[in-house]
Design a protein around this ligand. Structure first.
Ligand code: FES
Ligand code: FES
Length: 166
């Protein structure tokens, strides 16, 4: 191990994980090169587009900017965890049903941010959605469909919650 290497232990999508990293490596480098998780993507590399979004202890961060050393002892969730039980998450299904992507390069970031939005706001308005997702850029401009997808997911989640009560 060189002076510029260190070991990190963290939880990745619910499982204990270990990696030897170089101190200049970003979270994105480690997810892609050590763990083969390609859902978070690098586009701008400057914290401007949200394509590289991952959750650290539940908070959304830009994986292109955060050093991998910062996840030592923490919990990392990536888009790959959304269908970990073998079924698409309600937000993923809504994006498909609304055609809320074209090339899909931005989609993982939008999915994770939409999940976070719906966890705190069960009935977001169009403005709420625009505001919450304003850090995510879609170069294909699928914004109208993305807003529809978030609302569809909210409806389905609320429906499901109502049925559970009965
Ligand atoms: S690639 Fe990280 S914010 Fe754009
Ligand atoms: S679907 Fe192509 S960048 Fe968003």
């Amino acid at each position: 191990m060189s002076n510029y290497s260190r070991e990190i232990n963290f939880v990745l999508n619910g499982e204990a994980a270990h990696a030897t990293i170089q101190t200049h490596h970003t979270i994105l480098d480690v997810l892609r090169n050590t763990f083969g998780l390609y859902g978070a993507r690098e586009s701008c590399g400057q914290g401007l587009c949200g394509c590289c979004t991952v959750l650290i202890d539940g908070d959304a961060v830009s994986g292109c900017l955060c050093l991998a050393a910062s996840i030592d002892g923490r919990e990392v969730t990536t888009v790959e965890n959304l269908d970990a039980d073998g079924e698409l998450d309600v937000v993923q299904q809504a994006f498909i049903d609304c055609g809320a992507f074209q090339c899909g390069f931005c989609t993982s970031g939008f999915l994770l941010m939409s999940k976070r939005l719906l966890a705190t706001n069960a009935n977001p308005s169009d403005d709420d959605i625009r505001s919450y997702l304003s850090g995510n850029l879609c170069r294909c401009a699928a914004y109208p469909e993305i807003i529809e997808a978030v609302k569809l997911a909210a409806n389905r989640m609320n429906h499901h919650a109502e049925r559970e009560k009965v």
